[in-house]
Write a protein that binds this ligand. Structure first.
Ligand SMILES: [Zn+2]
Length: 277
């Protein structure tokens, strides 16, 4: 952006450091007076060049305030802005050097973690770099961002151990799922109710249960009517739902495996329900 020339007064302000233009004055005999310009808007009085409603909050677009301090003649103005440009360049160079040092320090920390705990590093790195990724663990999601500032803030041994524990539990769960995959299709389900909940659906309130089948997989669906009738104690509260937990039931239903867990399925159209124990 360029500077502002107020030809009626033969004044100049500056939009930005180092960028200014000289007046093409119609009054060659008057001395040119240079001003530093409002330090927020550079003298335009506005945030945007073409924004008529965007009045600068610092100078309020008032004449005196937007001119800022007087510098003097052209030579003084050039000197002033040259020195400001140099100072700005120095500041930028210093900032860049600091950033490089910061990155180098982080690279060292990354290499160290990679060396000591490759699996932990890979997991956290995957979590930290993916656009849309959830590790399935709130803890890992919460600490993966720390990877970016690892040079300053290394992981504690406690954090590393917790990640390892989560990885271990995941492996066990995967092995478990591998060993007890859901059987699909119409079949008899028989096993323990792991949880029971009242859930609002498009068709009103429904009783949803998770049952662990004797074959080792878990299925989720609507509690079969006879089972609900048998378990329900009409004492005016929902306490019986808690009581349903741990009971053994069987029913016939159609089972479909979940997309992301081999050992978890969804059942539908349950019939012939029975409470075993
Ligand atoms: Zn301003």
């Amino acid at each position: 952006m360029s500077g502002y020339f107020h030809s009626d007064l033969n004044l100049i302000t500056f939009e930005q450091v180092g960028e200014y233009e000289y007046p093409t004055t119609d009054f060659p005999n008057k001395p040119q007076v240079f001003f530093i310009g409002c330090r927020r808007c550079g003298g335009s009085g506005h945030h945007d060049f073409d924004g008529s409603s965007s009045v600068c909050y610092l100078c309020g677009d008032s004449w005196d305030a937007r001119l800022g301090r007087e510098i003097g003649d052209r030579a003084a103005a050039e000197k002033h802005f040259a020195s400001r440009s140099r100072a700005l360049a120095l500041r930028l160079a210093k900032k860049e050097a600091e950033r490089q040092a910061y990155l180098a320090e982080r690279d060292v920390a990354w290499e160290a973690l990679k060396e000591a705990e490759p699996e932990v590093f890979n997991l956290l790195h995957e979590a930290a770099t993916a656009d849309q990724w959830s590790s399935g663990s709130r803890f890992i999601d919460s600490i993966c961002g720390q990877l970016w500032s690892l040079g300053e803030r290394p992981y504690s041994q406690k954090q590393i151990d917790a990640v390892k524990q989560i990885m271990e539990a995941k492996k066990v769960a995967e092995a478990e799922a591998e060993a007890h995959p859901v059987v699909e299709g119409r079949q008899e389900i028989s096993g323990e109710i792991l949880s029971a909940k009242l859930k609002e659906t498009d068709f009103g309130m429904a009783l949803k249960i998770v049952v662990k089948d004797a074959r080792g997989f878990r299925v989720y669906g609507t509690m079969q009517r006879q089972i609900a009738d048998a378990l329900c104690v009409d004492d005016g509260d929902d306490g019986w739902l808690e009581g349903a937990k741990g009971r053994e039931v069987k029913f016939t239903a159609t089972v479909k495996v979940s997309d992301d867990d081999k050992a978890f399925g969804f059942f539908s159209r349950p019939v012939k329900g029975e409470v075993i124990r």
